[in-house]
Design a protein around this ligand. Structure first.
Ligand SMILES: [Zn+2]
Length: 148
C-alpha cells in the first residue's frame, strides 16, 4: 500500500469499515513518511483477478509476469525496479477500487501504458509497439529480449 503522494510503502490504518457492496473494506491510511491521508479499498477474502486473453482463454493475474514484462521494457532506462513496483501497485489499486474480478489482457496492458508514458518515452514505446500484438507477457518478453 504505497502512499500516492510520496511513494513510501508504510502507512498506518486510521479508520476501517466495510464498503457498501460488502466485498471490500474501505480503509483510511496515513503515510508514515509524509502524513498524507488516503483511502484504499481492499478486497475481502481471496478472489483472484482473472485476465482474459485476446484468444478468449483466461488465466489468474500474475503480478510477477507483469513485472517481468515491464522490467524488460524499462531495461537500460533510468527507471528503478521500485518505480516499476509502484506502477504495478497503482494498477492493482485501480482494479480493486473498481471492484473488478476480471480484466482483458489488452486493458491491463493499456493501464500499464498510461502509467509508463509518464515515466519514460522509450519504455513506453517498447511496451506499446510489442504488447498490443501479443497474447501474453511471455511472448512479449521474448520479443523484447530479441530486440535489445
Ligand atoms: Zn507519503
Amino acid at each position: 500500500m504505497r502512499c500516492p503522494s510520496c511513494g513510501h510503502s508504510e502507512s498506518k490504518v486510521v479508520d476501517s469499515r466495510p464498503s457498501e457492496d460488502g466485498a471490500t473494506i474501505r480503509r483510511r491510511r496515513e503515510c508514515l513518511e509524509c502524513g498524507h491521508r488516503f483511502t484504499t479499498y481492499e478486497r475481502l477474502g481471496d478472489s483472484p483477478l482473472i485476465v482474459i486473453k485476446s484468444d478468449g482463454s483466461s488465466e489468474v493475474y500474475d503480478r510477477e509476469k507483469l513485472m517481468r514484462g515491464l522490467l524488460i521494457a524499462c531495461a537500460k532506462r533510468p527507471i528503478s525496479p521500485e518505480q516499476v513496483a509502484t506502477l504495478i501497485e497503482s494498477i492493482e489499486s485501480e482494479l480493486r477500487n473498481a471492484s473488478k474480478n476480471e480484466i482483458k489482457s489488452k486493458e491491463l496492458g493499456d493501464m500499464a501504458l498510461v502509467r509508463l508514458a509518464k515515466l519514460d518515452d522509450v519504455a513506453y514505446v517498447r511496451f506499446a509497439s510489442v504488447y498490443k500484438d501479443f497474447q501474453n507477457i511471455e511472448e512479449f518478453a521474448a520479443a523484447l529480449e530479441g530486440m535489445s
